[in-house]
Write a protein that binds this ligand. Structure first.
Ligand SMILES: C=CC1=C(C)c2cc3[nH]c(cc4nc(cc5[nH]c(cc1n2)c(C)c5CCC(=O)O)C(CCC(=O)O)=C4C)c(C)c3C=C
Ligand SMILES: [Fe+2]
Ligand SMILES: [Fe+2]
Length: 323
């Protein structure tokens, strides 16, 4: 009997905080038909023209503000989560991590797992809420790599865990612990999720409903309101709302001057949480008359995250682990 593999998958990030690396990353990311759903004949000239000529420089500047000694936060925290989970799983499973865009690539890590003797692999996209632009495309990439193998391993995939009691409990524990350490009492908790084009919802993507359900369950667990907003709008189309930045600018005029923002749709802190929310969101809120602002860290590789991932992994691997 071969080994069991467990592959944690996240979105991906540039190799460095420089315009050339960001350009390579954005070109791959934004050429994904699951992400930008307009005909490539129309889209590629726009992407290769205005977008890739201007955005890499601007985004590289943003990445430089959050880059860590060991690399991009998204990569560092995802790697640390894999290492922590490996300790929890012991010899039962070989745990590795990969990125949908950039490095380490999903195909390369799957091949390494098979070469190391894994004949059963759990693919675990670390997105609590299912979205075609994240979950589905990560699995597409894994299946494309499997399509090139003569001897394929058996495959299981981690379902979305947006309403799983273990996820809600991890968020509750992490939120309460971080709130207890604040030197102010927030008037309001905001759960800011990554946005999506409104059209994807009409086409049947469950993402928005799952975000709303996660926030509702977290609010229930915390016994207080958790207001849902959507961030990171991209392009001219209508996106899911209300928009995080607009809400943050509006709140002080409604006498809400102390807020805590959590980003529970992101398994790991990244550009979108550390720069867009913790830096720019705070600036917007304070400039609009707010007094206190805090961004609460994502689950990252914390003990709360390890409890969650171990619970999910052991459940999905049941049967395989017992053999
Ligand atoms: C967590 C869920 C995510 C969804 C849903 C999502 C959809 C989505 N994103 C873009 C465009 C960009 N996203 C960017 C960064 C980024 N996005 C997510 C997650 C989701 N995206 C993460 C975790 C990150 C951070 C990556 C990092 O390196 O830290 C970026 C790149 C940064 C920038 O230039 O602003 C873009 C662009 C679209 C178009 C989309 C759905 C259609
Ligand atoms: Fe994104
Ligand atoms: Fe952004």
């Amino acid at each position: 009997m071969g080994k069991i593999g467990l592959l944690l998958i996240n979105l991906g990030t540039p190799d460095g905080p420089d315009p050339a690396s960001v350009r390579r990353y954005l070109a791959e990311f934004l050429s994904d038909r699951r992400v930008v759903e307009i005909p490539q004949l129309l889209w590629q000239p726009i992407l290769r023209g205005p977008i890739l000529l201007t955005r890499p420089k601007k985004s590289a500047h943003a990445y430089r503000q959050v880059w860590m000694k060991e690399g991009s936060p998204l990569a560092v925290y995802t790697r640390d989560a894999a290492r922590g989970l490996q300790e929890r799983m012991g010899a039962g499973a070989m745990v590795d991590w990969a990125m949908r865009y950039g490095n380490p690539a999903i195909g390369a890590r799957l091949e390494a797992m098979v070469a190391a003797g894994c004949d059963r692999i759990l693919l675990a996209p670390l997105y609590p809420q299912y979205c075609a632009a994240t979950t589905a495309t990560a699995l597409d990439a894994a299946y494309a790599a499997l399509a090139k193998m003569r001897a394929q391993p058996a495959i299981r995939t981690l379902p979305p865990y947006h309403a799983d009691p273990a996820y809600i409990e991890a968020l509750r524990a992490s939120t309460q612990a971080q709130l207890a350490n604040l030197d102010f009492a927030p008037d309001l908790l905001i759960a800011s999720f990554h946005g999506m084009p409104e059209r994807t919802r009409q086409l049947g993507d469950p993402y928005r409903d799952q975000c709303v359900e996660s926030a509702r369950l977290l609010g229930e667990a915390l016994g207080r309101e958790v207001r849902v907003t959507f961030q990171s709008r991209f392009g001219p189309a209508k996106w899911l709302g209300p928009a995080t930045d607009a809400v943050l600018r509006q709140l002080p005029s409604e006498n809400v001057r102390n807020v805590a923002v959590l980003t529970p749709g992101f398994s790991a802190d990244c550009l979108e949480t550390l720069e867009e929310i913790a830096i720019r969101g705070k600036e917007d809120f304070i400039a609009s008359g707010g007094n206190n602002f805090v961004h609460l860290s994502c689950l990252n590789a914390s003990p709360d995250a390890m409890n969650l991932y171990e619970t999910l992994a052991r459940r999905e691997l049941a049967g395989w682990l017992e053999r």
